[in-house]
Ligand binder design. Structure first.
Ligand SMILES: NCc1[nH]cc(CCC(=O)O)c1CC(=O)O
Length: 309
């Protein structure tokens, strides 16, 4: 347990969104345990993904671009917990580390952002759309093959400036990130998940700890959201069976209705020429099996080589 002489160290990236997520985690821990802010220290860690901003993410390659340095600090005991966007997390954590605490999930949807157009359907033929997300690029190309796609990296402010400068007519951002940054006003609105199925774990914050750290497990337990955990488990089982890397356009969303789990998944060719989509419905306790099963169905319908572009 944190004491005034030894604050609990929360590791995070330094982006505005990452800091908002670290603060949300700290605030929930403060409320759950009646602790003051000075019982915590937020430790900002620069990752490879933060350092290299001039190249598309897929060129830098490798898993955990935004997480490796943070996990190294956690393993070394330099921090006590790490706060992550689950969307950016590889399906397997390094030995000795575990994520078994998920905060209540935010809006899972993507947002359409554009200065002059209200929706994807409103975009004129041949319009330029900026996105560095392989999934969003493939989904958009599938639906609107006439549009032109350009790489769009950088933080929210950078991307908005590019829109103002006319580099592109539209882009996409996660509703969750905009909400947490109090920037929902920049969005035209959310995109229905049936039109653009979100990334696996979009909108979910996960808290990683050392597996051996029982005191931390107890401290985190009251802020864990069980339903979010069940949904993320099914989505990540789906992703894991697809061996999803950041080179592959994959979307997945689990929702709970009346104690039933509904899982939707989609894989696409990077150029959007083909999309394969499926759905499973079952008992909440079968989430992992449903994820694996849906992945296998999509793989077999897609045929060999679909994901290896
Ligand atoms: N890959 C970057 C990233 N990781 C998590 C979010 C948004 C917040 C979330 O989905 O939890 C974003 C930005 C975006 O997609 O707009």
């Amino acid at each position: 347990m944190p004491t005034p002489s030894r604050p609990l160290k929360i590791g995070t990236r330094g982006s505005a969104l990452a800091l908002a997520q670290a603060h949300e985690t700290r605030d929930r821990l403060m409320a759950a345990h009646g602790l003051a802010a000075d019982a915590f220290e937020i430790v900002v860690i620069k990752t490879t993904g933060d350092r290299v901003t001039d190249r598309p993410l897929k060129e830098i390659g490798g898993k955990g671009l935004f997480t490796r340095e943070i996990e190294e600090a956690l393993s070394a005991g330099e921090i006590d917990i790490a706060v992550h966007s689950m969307k950016d997390m590889p399906t397997l954590q390094p030995g000795g580390l575990i994520i078994d605490c998920l905060l209540p999930r935010e809006d899972v949807r993507d947002a359409f952002v554009s200065p002059h157009h209200g929706s994807i359907a409103d975009l004129p033929e041949g319009a330029v759309v900026g996105s560095s997300s392989l999934r969003r690029r493939a989904q958009l190309a599938h639906r609107r093959p006439d549009l032109q796609l350009v790489e769009f990296r950088g933080n929210v402010q950078t991307r908005l400036r590019k829109l103002e400068d006319g580099v592109a007519q539209a882009t996409f951002l996660a509703m969750a990130g905009l909400t947490r940054l109090d920037m929902l006003h920049v969005a035209r609105g959310p995109i229905d998940p049936q039109d653009m199925l979100p990334a696996v774990a979009q909108g979910a914050i996960g808290i990683e700890r050392r597996e051996s750290d029982e005191a931390m497990a107890q401290l985190l337990q009251p802020i864990h959201d069980v339903e979010t955990g069940q949904r993320i488990l099914a989505e990540r089982a789906f992703l894991s069976r697809l061996d999803g890397s950041c080179q592959t356009p994959i979307a997945g969303l689990a929702e709970l209705y009346d104690g039933q789990l509904i899982l939707q998944g989609e894989i696409l060719r990077p150029d959007g020429s083909e999309a394969v989509r499926g759905r499973r419905e079952g008992d909440i306790s079968d989430g992992i099996a449903m994820g694996v099963d849906l992945a296998e169905e999509l793989l077999s319908r897609a045929g060999p080589g679909f994901l290896a572009e």
